[in-house]
Structures are given as C-alpha cells and as structure tokens.
Design a protein around this ligand. Sequence first.
Ligand code: SF4
Length: 226
Amino acid sequence: MHVAVFVERIALFDIHKVLRILAQENKRFVEPIVTTISRERTPFHVLISCILSLRTKDQTTREASNRLFVLADNPEEMVKIPVERLEKIIYPVGFYRTKARKIKEICEVLIKSYFGKVPDEIDELLKLNGVGRKTANLVVTLGYQKPGICVDTHVHRITNRWGYVKTRNPYETEFALREKLPAKYWLTINDLLVTFGQNICLPVSPKCSICPVRGYCKRVGVTRSR
Ligand code: SF4
C-alpha cells in the first residue's frame, strides 16, 4: 500500500528576512502603546506606562496613561498625588492598587536618589521596586535608545516557536538573544514581536494559515492553530 506523506517545506531560518517581512506586515496594525509613548514623551513616561501595561490590555494602558500624564508629568508632580487618588486614576489597569503604591514609591526614590531622573542603566533600574528586566530593558531601549533586548511573553514565545532559540523562560531568552541576535535588531525586536504576537502569532491558537513568515517557522510546541 502506498501512503503519501506531505511534509511542509521550511526555509532555512533567516532572521533578517523574517524581521523585514514583519516590519512590513505590522504597518497595518496599531503599534504597542509604550512605543507610541516613547516617541512622543520622556523616559519617565516610558517607565510609568510600562508599569501600567503589565498584565493589562494596550487600550486600557493607553487611556490610564493619558489620564495620569495630564495630571502629573514628572516624579515631583506624581508624588503629590495621594495613593488612593492614583488608584482611581489608573483603574482598571491590572493590579491597580499595587501599581499605584509602586509608582509612588518609585517616584520618591527617583527624587531622592537620582535627582528626579530615570536611570539609563539596566542594573540601576532593577534597583527600583517593581521594575523587572522587561521594564528595565524597555526604558533603556525605547526611552534612551541604548542597547538592550526587551523580552516579554511575546518575544519569548515567538522566537521559541520559530526555533530561533530554545529556552524555558524570558530570562533565558534575553540572554540567548544577546548571544545570537544581530545588534541592529535589539531595539526593535520587542516592538515587532509584540505587534505580531497580539495579531497573528497569538498565545493560544496562532493564525498560522495567514502568517507571513510561516515558511520559516518550525512551529515548535504549536499543537493548535488556525
Ligand atoms: S507559523 Fe504560526 S507559530 Fe509560526 S510564527 Fe507564524 S503564526 Fe506563529
């Protein structure tokens, strides 16, 4: 008996080509809110909006950031807002109570230890309570245009699905990418993959049938797609 076996052809992974395709494709989608803020505002705004964005939809972050920045544009103005009022302003972002407290605390530290200026070094940013590697990298790259790779859940998931890295968590992915991703993509990969991950390469059931880079993707760990 003859059994036909169809094997999908996967091209050799070419990061330059893949990222070029995504840059072109992403033009039809709305860019991540923190990217928009980084173009129009200061590293302080990037830091605060990034904190607001954790576990929160982009549209909610956008609205909460706008409400907050109209009232307070820098650490000095922000510390004057009572925590209870801050909570109300940023509601309904995820963990708004915790975030209100953290934002206030961070602003106090910025004033006391950094002359009201947001540090431009990852290690300094990590000393701020509530700032993890993702936020620190985003502030350094988007806020200051300095080298860093912001790895969030999208960057981690997608680069693993491609088979470009083989890692267990975002922390490992950041260091794997620091080893192999050409430096010219460090500042833009997060932006590209967040947009791509929100619209095509979704966490559950990615849209592989319409994916522009399917021909390069090994689809590692993808069991369900559409
Ligand atoms: S083929 Fe599927 S898993 Fe691979 S990048 Fe595209 S959407 Fe993601």
